[in-house]
Design a protein around this ligand. Structure first.
Ligand SMILES: [Zn+2]
Length: 268
């Protein structure tokens, strides 16, 4: 599965190229500040967007006070825009913390409607598109999406192991998903399993092998013959599975999926 997301770069370039200034608005306004942008236009104009909030665009040489006077004369329009923005945000509410995005779901991001779309390209790979203007938010959303997707797949593998009758657990064991540099998975002596977020990029066969491998460590904390014998019960095609996963070693050599530190710990 390929995950691809695109950013509204034009929006950022525009913001960077113009000389802009933030002006505070009086307290009785429903919006705390206003962006003043000088451009080569001839008249003043007001914009209200989910991305940049209230923005006044004015010709070169116009002062802050003339921009403020203009905005004051348009207060009713601003109030209507703000109302529209707020009701839109309610219509597409942001999900609660820890909630995973679902494919095809519509949600609001800074008040604009976004849709997570899945398509199939000519190579028959599934592609998920996310249209988000802010690269920082985009990165975080993609991270959460990858993590949720992997989480569901790991849970599915564990349920299959449970159904096989060889599972060393009666209830599904807890595990964590982390960005790890050198290992696909790990299992500590006290039985806590960790899976590398980079597994989100590997296919089900590879994931199955890694999950079975870590589950086998719940019983044998080594890689000796007893471990392999048990792993073979969980994963009859043990050798092939291991080889398939090794073919993706380059992902780990390159440091796995390189997410910013704060994201490595994000979510539950
Ligand atoms: Zn191992």
């Amino acid at each position: 599965m390929t995950l691809r997301y695109y950013l509204d770069e034009a929006m950022h370039l525009r913001a960077m190229n113009s000389l802009e200034k933030t002006i505070r608005l009086p307290e009785d306004w429903p919006i705390s500040s206003l962006r003043m942008v000088h451009s080569n236009r001839k008249t003043m104009g007001l914009r209200f967007s989910a991305h940049s909030g209230l923005e006044v665009r004015c010709p070169e040489g116009f002062s802050e006070s003339s921009a403020l006077a203009f905005v004051h004369s348009k207060k009713n329009w601003v109030l209507r825009q703000k109302h529209r923005f707020d009701s839109q945000s309610q219509r597409f509410p942001l999900p609660p913390q820890g909630f995973a995005w679902c494919r095809g779901e519509t949600y609001a991001l800074r008040g604009t409607e976004n849709r997570l779309e899945a398509g199939v390209d000519s190579t028959r790979k599934e592609i998920v598109y996310m249209k988000i203007a802010d690269p920082q938010i985009c990165r975080k959303r993609v991270f959460l999406w990858l993590k949720a997707d992997l989480d569901a797949r790991i849970a599915q593998e564990l349920r299959q192991i449970q159904a096989s009758g060889f599972a060393p657990f009666s209830e599904l064991p807890k595990y964590q998903i982390r960005s790890m540099k050198s290992r696909w998975g790990s299992c500590s002596r006290n039985g806590s399993m960790r899976f590398n977020l980079a597994l989100a990029h590997l296919n089900d066969a590879c994931l199955r092998y890694v999950v079975c491998h870590e589950v086998a460590h719940l019983v044998h904390f080594h890689h000796g013959p007893a471990f392999h014998a048990f792993l073979e019960l969980l994963h009859p095609d043990e050798k092939r599975g291991g080889t398939a996963v090794q073919q993706h070693a380059h992902v780990l050599v390159n440091g796995g999926v390189n997410w910013p530190n704060e994201m490595k710990k994000a979510g539950a």
